[in-house]
Design a protein around this ligand. Structure first.
Ligand code: SF4
Ligand code: SF4
Length: 191
């Protein structure tokens, strides 16, 4: 389990700018989740959604939600990532050429998968394996394949920077509250 805790002190807000996003991109460009291409383990399942076809046989739209402000980095990337804004002002990036895309330009959430940030009420941050239901199987999660230490550390540092933006922190805390409720529900059923 790649869990590590940061100091539980809440730090001052710093909104994410293009420049701060580029720093985070550079930091994550320097690491890989494994010392081999994990896409070879699964046929790039998370980029192709091969097993994700709906009951009518149509494949769902491949893509990933961008974080608030991250869309600014992808305005010129229409040849591989087209963006759609939803009613809440969040941008969904649709992959035009999956599983291929410029690796050093992937959105944040593609880079830090299969880990997710869990933000506790006291401000401490823990990286956990993705527990959101997926339309495909990720061997890294299913088989608990150990991730590279520098990937875990960079991912954690990246999310520590990202949650200093109150827009991102709110999203992550909401997701974390849902996770905590699910855990409590599960414990209630088991005990
Ligand atoms: S992160 Fe998981 S699903 Fe995606 S390519 Fe790697 S092993 Fe496959
Ligand atoms: S942007 Fe790239 S890495 Fe992310 S899901 Fe699309 S093809 Fe995969």
């Amino acid at each position: 389990m790649p869990a590590k805790f940061f100091t539980p002190k809440r730090r001052p807000d710093i909104p994410m700018t293009e420049e701060r996003y580029r720093v985070v991109y550079d930091m994550l460009n320097a690491v890989e989740v494994l010392d081999e291409d994990c896409g070879k383990l699964c046929g790039c399942a998370c980029c192709t959604g091969e097993s994700a076809a709906g009951s009518d046989g149509t494949a769902p739209e491949m893509g990933i939600y961008l974080l608030p402000g991250e869309e600014a980095l992808h305005r010129e990337d229409g040849d591989w990532l087209t963006m759609k804004e939803d009613e809440e002002g969040m941008y969904f990036g649709c992959c035009a050429t999956p599983p291929l895309c410029p690796r050093d330009r992937r959105p944040i959430q593609c880079r830090t998968f299969p880990l997710l940030p869990h933000l506790y009420e006291d401000g401490s941050l823990e990286m956990v394996y993705n527990d959101v239901e997926l339309p495909y199987r990720c061997p890294l999660i299913d088989e608990e394949i150990p991730l590279e230490d520098d990937f875990v550390e960079a991912t954690q540092t990246a999310w520590e920077i990202l949650i200093r933006d109150p827009r991102i922190r709110e999203i992550i805390r909401e997701d974390s509250i849902e996770r905590e409720k699910s855990m409590i529900d599960l414990m209630d059923k088991l005990l």
